[in-house]
Design a binder for this molecule. Structure first.
Ligand SMILES: [Fe+2]
Length: 388
């Protein structure tokens, strides 16, 4: 018995405890990593974050609209990573109008970025967003092409949703690579991101990379035990909820997120209820069984009739659903790494080894989920969900 446990621990040691080392770096003295995220009211609020240098300095965002330019004060915080110190800033924008396009630049210590623009969704009942799973590209890989293609082909998307592990490791080199490969897309397309295990520093108790929550700044409406990493936002017909499944490390953090999820699903009323999390309720990877995650969250997702649960982590494609039809559970990935998939249960669709992206179109009554192969854009899977 002891020998078997020792062998198991030895086989898992790297996965549990080995961190990619981080070399020393100095943050650039001009604004970079400019990132647009939604506020709690998707139709009128946005947040812009950026990084500049290693000490907090006076910063603002200039917002231009119809010939007027408004200066919005930015809040700054310096965070220490394993390789250096980064000063991050964020500016919250509210009162934005449907269908309007805004231009902005960010300024820290007198150094201004170039101008970017973003558009607010039209006041229509028809909406679209893109969802993808783990990206985890290797430096020098192809993610620049994937991001450019998604942005070009689905320019009308309201936002991108990533189910975590957007980068391979929480070190400055991979952060830089993310912003090289996305070019300036993340400054114009709102990104809705979940915390993945590759966003965490491994140890006996996982801690998230301090840069994550300063880069991806979301509404402060999450579980107290997963501050900044669980949140939700609303459109008139949808509540989009993001969980941090890495946070379920002990009974207190698990209780915190389950109590919060129960309430935010309950309060969503009869809107579309879409939940995104990194670790899947049902495993697609052979030999995995996410027992704790499944038992913590599945009863609540089913009790409140969540419509769609978007997940990642296990580098395969899967669609399955609860007996009642709600929720529909999806797992997908874009990473160059694929894992061996398990055999599908009845009613479960598994496509191993195929990287995909997904387009979700919805109006007040119908949601169309379509999955496409990343490499050749061929249709891979689809399902239509209706709502009374
Ligand atoms: Fe993962």
């Amino acid at each position: 018995m002891i020998a078997a446990v020792s062998l198991w621990v030895k086989s898992r040691w790297r996965a549990w405890f080995r961190n990619v080392p981080e070399v020393e770096y100095a943050a650039a003295l001009t604004p970079d990593r400019i990132t647009l995220t939604p506020g709690a009211d998707f139709g009128s609020e946005r947040t812009v974050s950026w990084r500049c240098g290693d000490a907090v300095a006076t910063s603002s965002l200039l917002l231009a609209h119809h010939g007027d330019t408004l200066s919005v004060e930015a809040a700054g915080t310096a965070v220490k990573s394993r390789g250096g110190i980064d000063a991050f800033y964020c500016a919250h924008l509210s009162g934005l109008k449907s269908g309007e396009t805004y231009s902005y630049c960010v300024v820290t210590a007198g150094k201004a970025s170039r101008w970017y623009s973003f558009s607010m969704p039209e006041a229509s009942s028809k909406h679209r967003f893109i969802y993808f799973g783990d990206v985890q590209d290797t430096i020098g890989g192809q993610s620049h092409e994937w991001f450019a293609k998604l942005y070009r082909n689905f320019a009308d998307a309201d936002f991108w949703a990533c189910a975590g592990d957007l980068i391979e490791a929480p070190v400055d080199g991979y952060w830089n690579y993310l912003y090289q490969s996305t070019d300036s897309i993340l400054a114009s397309m709102p990104i809705v991101n979940a915390a993945g295990n590759h966003d965490y520093i491994k140890s006996l108790y996982l801690t998230i990379d301090p840069r994550w929550a300063k880069t991806f700044v979301y509404p402060d409406n999450g579980a107290r035990t997963a501050k900044g990493k669980s949140y939700f936002f609303d459109t008139p017909s949808m509540r989009f909820i993001v969980l941090d499944t890495n946070g379920v490390q002990d009974i207190i953090s698990a209780m915190g997120e389950t109590l919060w999820l129960d309430k935010v699903l309950q309060d969503a009323g009869n809107k579309w209820k879409i939940v995104m999390m990194h670790h899947p309720i049902y495993s697609v990877r052979k030999g995995r069984n996410n027992y704790v995650i499944r038992n913590a969250f599945r009863p609540l997702l089913e009790k409140h009739g969540a419509h769609l649960v978007l997940q990642g982590h296990e580098h395969g494609y899967m669609r399955t659903q609860a007996e009642s039809g709600k929720p529909v559970y999806i797992v997908s990935f874009m990473s160059p790494k694929a894992y061996v998939a398990r055999h599908a249960d009845t009613g479960m669709k598994i496509v191993p080894g195929t990287r995909t992206y997904q387009v979700i179109d919805f109006d007040d009554s119908t949601l169309r989920f379509s999955s496409f192969a990343l490499d050749d854009d061929s249709p891979m899977d689809s399902i239509t969900i209706t709502r009374q």
